[in-house]
Design a protein around this ligand. Sequence first.
Ligand SMILES: [Zn+2]
Length: 482
Amino acid sequence: MFKKFLFFFLFIFLASALAQDTIANLRIEKKAGVAYADGIDLGKKLKMQMFWHSEANILQIGTSSWAWDNEWANIKDTSFLLQTPVQNGINGKQSFWLPLPSSLQVFERMLNKTLEYDSSSAKIIAVQIKDIWSVNLDAKNNGEVIELKFLKPFAAEAFYVQPNYILRINGAAIDSTMFLDLAKKSAFISKVFSIQDKQSAQLTLVLRDNCENPELVKKDGGKILQIVLRKKQTAGQQKAIAPETSTQGINSIGKKIKTIVIDPGHGGKDPGAIGHAGLREKDVVLAVGLKLKSKLEASGFSVKMTRSTDKFINLEERPKMASDWGGDLFISLHCNAIEGKEKQQKTDGFKFYILRAGGSEEDRAIARRENRAVALEAGKKDKTEISPAEWIVLDNQLALYAERSALLAGHLVEAFDGGSIKKLQTGAGQAGFMVLVGAYMPAVLAELGFITSPTDGAFLATEKGQNEIADRLVKAVTSFAK
Ligand SMILES: [Zn+2]
């Protein structure tokens, strides 16, 4: 199911890309996993004027300037941080090698286009920004009104999943640079993200907690959208007077953490890792999951389980079930494992993972092991890593939930600190766990301890141990939900 979903989006991504301006035949070189574009070649293809100030070793492309071994590019007085410094020579080829995709933000600013680098085809897709006319912030006594004016009407909807206020504008192209100053100017917005895909533009405002009940107001048949942010009233204050706008808000949802989805890993024909004294991961995580369910229910949460018996469920079905149930939190329970007698004796500890690219090689190896359950499905080939193109498609989910998921992982580490199972490294990590893909809610994969460790394994096998783990999970969920 997940793959079908993925191909559908990839198809749209590629098909609509053909209708856009595509910059192909780029000179690309790779170094330490990062792709670099030849800056001189790229400048030519973007039809920009270039100068090389040889005495200062600065390449000027349009109004931007670039220097070797420097991780900042500048346009006038604005500096842009690149993911790695500009390289002089790569694989023996000398030029100004600009890291992708971070250097594209500079060109976007100069060209008023969005530029997407598609690493699988080594092409840049340029989309002219044309739909949005202006972005204005109007500060009032009791709040702020952010007004977006468009050249024609668009259908839009908004969702509020604290602290993210998400505005989706169907069919519109937005210029991400128009929102750059918003967080600086606003008293209520801490960060702004925008995502452009071919069907819609999505703007996410990360709101501070001095703001409440954001609302979307449509005017002029959809040519004007106003986001109304109200100042939070402290106890004793009078009810806020709405900023001077009408308030036929649509689809503003303030959502509390209510439904927890517990996902005991593996099951049925997939035993998971086999550990100390033949202990099976699938049995341990089910036992912990069932205890966790009753404890969370006793704390007033509503709980759903992807499995409550020893049965096999496809990896990609699990987050889908959670999203279909309208879950507010997804916790996938697992036990870690390591090979080799000697390593098994001395490797133990818990670690909580979120879905995000670019983890350590060690963390990616753990993800590959957990993703191996995919291979047990009939007719599917062994695929244990998320490809770069798939990460692009995942952008939406990651932008919406990565931050909240990381926060949840933080609460988990805190709740487990000082327990019977010690912390593995920092206790939190990130990697491409397939079981978290498609969970549209904060989601964490818990490696509760090493099933292959004599100490962790013995603890994980007992009622007492499983109860302690469930109690600590409840503690973390409760403090996160506050
Ligand atoms: Zn597992």
